[in-house]
Design a protein around this ligand. Structure first.
Ligand SMILES: [Zn+2]
Length: 233
């Protein structure tokens, strides 16, 4: 890296930030930035997040020295963010092997319910839900194993998300990978930010995205929705 801005940056977050800016890439909370993080930098980033989290605990006037419960909290939260609940932001996409549609399948496939876990970008509070995916393969589509749908969904959801944007991102990813005639996604989720705080009610949010054949063909859409609701809540 010859960019003086990068050489002078001592913090991993500053270096990653500068690379993103140099590439003109968006780095919203629900964007994956793994391509801009170099080897071993995640470890530096973990140290940095730990230090900032420790500062947050101190600002919240919590005595982490004598309170044995919060003594390791800063490190635990840093690890949880970077490697668990937000790993879809810092880690690359899990490997998904595609294979050609040798049998030329062109019947509706429904995958779900897949349990998804995410967090809202507004409050960093969990979103837990169920996801259904409908795929209408074309003869030229790629197919992927059933378990891969859950892996890709988990990778997209393991970021600070907004439900409407999450299913768009998932639909984009599946369209690019499978090249199907149509893709349909329904997500029903509980948002803990309306249950744990705010209005404190137990409402769910359901939203859907329909593309290609699902958008054009209302009977296909109805078939998907009917089969999906028969597959459990
Ligand atoms: Zn929220």
């Amino acid at each position: 890296m010859n960019d003086p801005k990068l050489n002078n940056a001592t913090l991993a977050s500053e270096r990653i930030h500068a690379r993103l800016a140099a590439a003109g890439r968006r780095f919203h909370a629900n964007d994956n930035i793994a391509d801009f993080i170099e080897q071993d930098e995640l470890r530096d980033l973990e140290d940095e997040v730990t230090a900032q989290m420790q500062g947050l605990l101190e600002t919240l006037v919590i005595d982490t020295r004598s309170d044995h419960n919060t003594r390791g909290t800063a490190r635990r939260v840093a690890r949880m963010f970077l490697h668990e609940v937000f790993r879809g932001r810092y880690h690359p996409m899990p490997p998904v092997t595609e294979f050609p549609n040798a049998e030329r399948l062109n019947e509706l496939m429904i995958i779900g319910p897949i349990t998804v876990r995410s967090a809202c970008s507004h409050h960093f509070v969990p979103i837990i839900g169920k996801l259904w995916i409908g795929v209408l393969p074309s003869e030229g589509s790629n197919l992927i194993g059933l378990s891969k749908f859950s892996r890709v969904a988990d990778w997209v959801m393991s970021r600070p998300q907004i439900q409407e944007e999450a299913i768009m991102q998932l639909a984009d990813m599946l369209e690019r990978t499978l090249k199907p005639d149509g893709i349909a996604i329904v997500l029903k989720a509980d948002h803990l930010c309306t249950q744990w705080r705010g209005v404190k009610d137990n409402s769910h949010m359901t939203n859907s995205v329909m593309r290609g054949a699902f958008l054009r063909n209302s009977s296909l859409r109805r078939e998907f929705l009917a089969l999906m609701s028969g597959k459990g809540k």
